[in-house]
Design a protein around this ligand. Structure first.
Ligand SMILES: Nc1ncnc2c1ncn2[C@@H]1O[C@H](COP(=O)(O)OP(=O)(O)OP(=O)(O)O)[C@@H](O)[C@H]1O
Ligand SMILES: [Mg+2]
Length: 222
């Protein structure tokens, strides 16, 4: 369990975040986000940076080997909901946890960055999650261990099989080169079955040079 492995570091991070989380993720107070986040960063005993997406707030503790994720809050007709900015209440972190468990059951979890629910903190009982750190494309030089033949195989498979979305061809070729064709096809099948879309370059990366997904909650345009 990640929670247990990092319990010592998490203890001091959560103690501090418990104070800041309501302010940081208060949609009524967006202008306070930057100064409060900066204060949190300065007081936090561990080096970190913020890397929010459209649906999740993310605090990256690269040196420690994990990130903290939390669902972002939006205002929908005066009501505070989790989601992507529409009016559908959807906790994308919880969706990621469910997909991780499904990946374990399907036997493909080694390509999904492990994520776990930690606790609900602050006055608003805001849920927070821990996920293993992944080197994002741009931070790392891509593994590029694949051959031209791997690229051709990937293109062939992409043309033949149903898919929700385009995933980076080089990254897919690394997946094929690292784990072989059978496992590569199994993973693609799983991604399709779980309707995991939105696998753009910011949502994939490498862990010890092996390709891995870091955002696999999908994105819904409700
Ligand atoms: N496990 C991780 N390791 C390193 N960086 C991460 C990790 N998880 C998220 N990040 C960083 O935070 C960003 C936002 O996280 P994530 O993609 O999960 O959120 P999102 O809001 O669902 O994104 P999107 O905008 O794609 O919907 C990522 O693009 C990445 O840069
Ligand atoms: Mg993302």
């Amino acid at each position: 369990m990640l929670k247990e492995k990092y319990q010592e570091q998490l203890k001091s991070i959560i103690e501090l975040l418990d104070y800041y989380i309501d302010g940081i993720y208060d949609i009524e107070n967006e202008e306070d986000f930057e100064p409060m986040m900066e204060e949190f960063r300065q007081r936090c005993p561990y080096k970190c940076y913020i890397s929010n997406g459209a649906t999740k707030g993310v605090i990256v503790f690269g040196d420690l080997g994990f990130v903290i994720k939390t669902p972002l809050i939006y205002n929908s007709g005066g009501e505070e909901i989790y989601g992507a900015g529409g009016d559908h209440d959807w906790n994308y972190c919880e969706a990621e946890v469910k997909n991780y468990i499904a990946a374990q059951e399907y036997g493909v979890d080694k390509c999904f960055a492990k994520i776990e629910y930690i606790d609900s903190i602050g006055d608003t009982k805001h849920p927070i999650y821990i996920q293993e750190y992944v080197e994002t494309i741009g931070v790392t030089n891509e593994m590029s261990s694949h051959t031209d033949e791997d690229i051709n195989t990937v293109r062939e498979i992409i043309n033949q099989s149903p898919a929700y979305d385009y995933i980076d061809t080089n990254w897919e070729a690394d997946l094929l080169a690292s784990y072989g064709r059978k496992f590569y096809e199994k993973i693609k099948e799983f991604i399709y079955r779980q309707e995991i879309n939105d696998l753009h370059k910011g949502n994939i990366g490498y862990n010890s040079k092996l390709p891995i997904l870091l955002d696999y909650s999908g994105y819904h345009a409700w």
